[in-house]
Design a protein around this ligand. Structure first.
Ligand SMILES: NC(=O)c1ccc[n+]([C@@H]2O[C@H](COP(=O)([O-])OP(=O)(O)OC[C@H]3O[C@@H](n4cnc5c(N)ncnc54)[C@H](OP(=O)(O)O)[C@@H]3O)[C@@H](O)[C@H]2O)c1
Length: 333
């Protein structure tokens, strides 16, 4: 029996890695893009004929054309991944994420797609006043979207509100408890992956895109963080591990709700020193005098839900080494 999965946001950093992982797990993939011609490279992520490309243009509001395209894409799939998104600080980002997630769940339901996995972001996990030493929990910790909007943080607010809308659409509250049993039993199983900084080689053969990889290039060229090591931490995951977590959540029938897509939070001192080990010409900046680097606590996470998915995560050094090799191959350093 052919196993079929649909991926929305297929050409993206996350979506393309999810496709590769799905192909490695024996799936045939229906991959969506606004421009199927320029997305043709996706076919190389699996054996011949395993990745089929579909047109899909999502708008900020639900509309007949997007619904028809979603229906055509998801028909016959047993699982769907919503990895589309962007980080524009505009109110329309909220409309895009919320309305399209609702449509994806609606079509999944009507087409009998059993599982929906969303890519969200750690911007949804920051309640006011939570200290770095309190382990963050997927079940307990949510940002306040009104506060995010008031501060103009529309992109993280979009993720917080997208998650709420998705839970609502499957009859659950945001702690993943069933609040409408009729709706819950007739809805697809919902899993939400919550990553922060994602690193590792980009599969798109074109130019290096997004925010995170160009930022790393600037750091390695000493155009950023050139003077001192910041006395702070960053929550990181390897793109390949994040993709495997998406697929593991979809394959595990007991998986439901949010999962941190985070290896752990690494102090910048550890990250920059590790870059120094994997790139000979990079020397980390100095530690700032008077800063208590040893006393600074990196953001803590409760890793138990993520670990229940059974994906072995790469060491930071392997991620950074492969990232540097990729940058060298792209002539970016
Ligand atoms: N990258 C990170 O470090 C990071 C960290 C945390 C969270 N995230 C979140 O993870 C999600 C995926 O991120 P990413 O880095 O993979 O993004 P990306 O590389 O920029 O890819 C975005 C994807 O969304 C699709 N898309 C955008 N607008 C669309 C529209 N109107 N209709 C249909 N498809 C549309 C694009 O498809 P086409 O252009 O082919 O149509 C593309 O495949 C985003 O929500 C992002 O905020 C990313």
């Amino acid at each position: 029996m052919v196993k079929i999965a649909s991926v929305i946001g297929a050409t993206g950093y996350v979506g393309s890695a999810v496709i590769k992982s799905l192909c490695e797990h024996g799936f045939s993939v229906r991959a969506a893009s606004r421009n199927p011609t320029s997305a043709s490279w996706l076919s190389s992520l699996g054996d011949e004929g395993k990745v089929e490309i579909f047109p899909l243009t999502l708008k900020n509001q639900s509309n007949v054309s997007s619904l028809d395209q979603l229906r055509g894409l998801m028909r016959g799939s047993e699982m769907a991944f919503f990895c589309a998104g962007f980080e524009e600080q505009s109110p329309s980002t909220i409309d895009f994420m919320v309305n399209n997630v609702k449509d994806v769940i609606k079509i999944a339901k009507s087409e009998n797609v059993k599982t929906v996995v969303l890519t969200s972001s750690g911007g949804s996990t920051n309640p006011a006043g939570l200290s770095d030493s309190t382990p963050k929990s997927e079940l307990l910790h949510f940002s306040d979207p009104d506060d995010q909007i008031a501060k103009g943080k529309f992109s993280p607010a979009a993720k917080t509100l997208m998650e709420r809308a998705a839970f609502d659409a499957v009859g659950r509250n945001h702690n993943n408890e069933i609040v409408d049993s009729a709706l819950a039993s007739s809805s697809p199983r919902l899993c939400i992956m919550v990553p922060n900084l994602i690193l590792g080689p980009q599969l798109d053969p074109g130019s290096i895109k997004g925010n995170s990889l160009p930022w790393m290039i600037k750091i390695l060229k000493k155009e950023r963080m050139s003077e001192f090591i910041p006395n702070d931490s960053m929550s990181i995951i390897d793109i390949r591990d994040l993709a495997d977590l998406h697929v593991a959540a979809a394959l595990n029938e007991d998986a439901s709700g949010r999962y941190f897509g985070v290896n752990r939070s690494f102090p910048w001192r550890e990250i920059l020193n590790c870059f120094g080990e994997v790139l000979e010409k990079y020397t980390p900046p100095l530690e700032k005098e008077g800063e208590d680097y040893d006393g600074k606590i990196a953001t803590q996470f409760d890793h138990s839900r993520k670990e229940s998915l059974g994906v072995e995560l790469r060491e930071l050094k392997e991620t950074l080494k492969d990232l540097v090799e990729y940058f060298k191959w792209k002539d970016a350093l």
